[in-house]
Design a protein around this ligand. Structure first.
Ligand code: SAM
Length: 373
């Protein structure tokens, strides 16, 4: 089945080592890329496996029983992840999100969380440490995650109607179990909890209002995500994207909303509060397709096997695992990451549809479960 394996990105160890020598070994936390964007967020994919088969992410037809996942030895170990995360903090990273695949499938994930929770930012503060999950294992794991030092969780949930939800996850997983997971996370103190709903026109857009109604008074922050053209397997079509403006218009038919000001640079969501006395809480929209936010994207992504990606829509990564396993010092890795970030000019979503983005190198884009959502 070799032909069905998503091709791996290239190895650019030599270039990385050259970059390592070009930069000072100590980083001061003020690294800027070619578009003057700082590096403040790191997303780490801890496994390429998932127990769901959402058609927009890991469609069953591709990710079937013959699909070859990465062997365990190819994955970064917890020690390797923590070592890299430490180096990233020296460059200014303040927020780390664990993702995947389904991160709660990674054995002893709480041990990794404990290690990451001990890291500090350049100003000596604790990291903002969070995790994105489909919620299927949350009921069982929430207390241990909290005890290990996880601060918050984001749960993906694409609808409340059980039939719609089971069809979307495509493994017949019941919505009730995810809701129990969300409650368990709340009870464990992993809040404020965010719930991400990917909206596909004609598939689950009838769930927008029920979801808004359900989470409105719970303190959970519901965010509607435009269906994106990540990877190369989901058969993405623009006519299945429901623009965020339409999501908001539909909610406004039932509830008054008020736009909230931007609170942090690099915030991906446009935020709205319920404009009703006595109703606290907010919702958000993430409009990667209709309102690209590349101009202040401050996120780096570390793939399951240790490749550094500068954009969710990239085809190639930079092989940090080769540096780690080749005996590079922290100073060399610091320099390498700095050099790569300084050369970054990625802004795929802003260029989407233009020749530069479409033709690109002609290479296949990396899949979301591998690079981390
Ligand atoms: N398994 C975890 C989960 O379900 O949250 C983490 C990984 S998942 C790839 C991370 C997020 O990416 C989820 O919220 C998922 O809905 C979102 N996602 C995946 N494919 C997407 C797509 N094509 N468009 C928009 N969001 C997508």
């Amino acid at each position: 089945m070799a032909g069905r394996v998503i091709p791996l990105v290239d190895q650019r160890t030599q270039a990385l080592v050259a970059a390592a020598h070009a930069l000072p070994a100590s980083a001061g936390g003020r690294l800027l890329d070619r578009l003057q964007r700082p590096l403040t967020d790191l997303r780490i994919s801890v496994t390429d496996r998932c127990n769901f088969r959402c058609s927009y992410c890991m469609p069953k037809e591709v990710f079937d029983k013959d699909y070859r996942y990465l062997p365990h030895g190819a994955l970064l170990s917890f020690e390797e992840i923590t070592r890299l995360a430490h180096v990233f903090t020296r460059h200014g990273v303040r927020k780390v999100r664990l993702t995947g695949g389904e991160p709660l499938l990674r054995k002893n994930i709480d041990v990794l969380i404990g290690q990451l929770a001990a890291l500090r930012t350049v100003d000596g503060k604790a990291l903002d440490l969070t995790l994105t999950t489909n919620g299927s294992l949350l009921a069982r794991k929430a207390p241990a995650l909290k005890a290990a030092g996880l601060q918050r969780v984001t749960v993906s949930l694409d609808g409340l109607d059980d039939t719609v939800f089971r069809r979307m996850n495509d493994v017949d997983f019941p919505v009730a179990d995810v809701l129990i997971g969300i409650d368990a996370a709340l009870a464990a103190g992993l809040g404020p909890i965010k719930v991400n709903m990917v909206v596909k026109r004609g598939t689950n857009d009838a769930e927008i209002l029920p979801m808004a109604r359900h989470f409105r008074r719970t303190g959970v922050v519901l965010r509607f995500i435009e269906y994106m053209d990540v990877g190369a397997t989901n058969g993405w079509r623009m006519d299945e994207v429901l623009p965020s403006d339409e999501v908001i218009a539909r909610i406004r038919e039932a509830f008054a909303l008020e736009r909230m000001p931007v609170s942090t640079v690099g915030e991906t969501a446009e935020r709205w509060r319920w404009a009703e006395p006595g109703v606290a809480g907010e919702i958000g929209t993430i409009s990667s397709v209709t309102k690209a936010f590349c101009h202040d994207c401050n996120r780096a992504r570390l793939s399951t096997e240790g490749k550094l990606f500068l954009c969710l829509f990239a085809s190639r990564g930079h092989d940090l695992r080769a540096l780690l396993r080749g005996g590079a010092s922290d100073a060399e890795i610091t320099g390498a990451i700095g050099g790569v970030w300084q050369g970054r000019s990625d802004r795929y979503s802003e260029l989407r549809g233009r020749a530069e983005a479409v033709s690109g190198s002609g290479e296949r884009r990396v899949e979301m479960h591998y690079i981390g959502g």
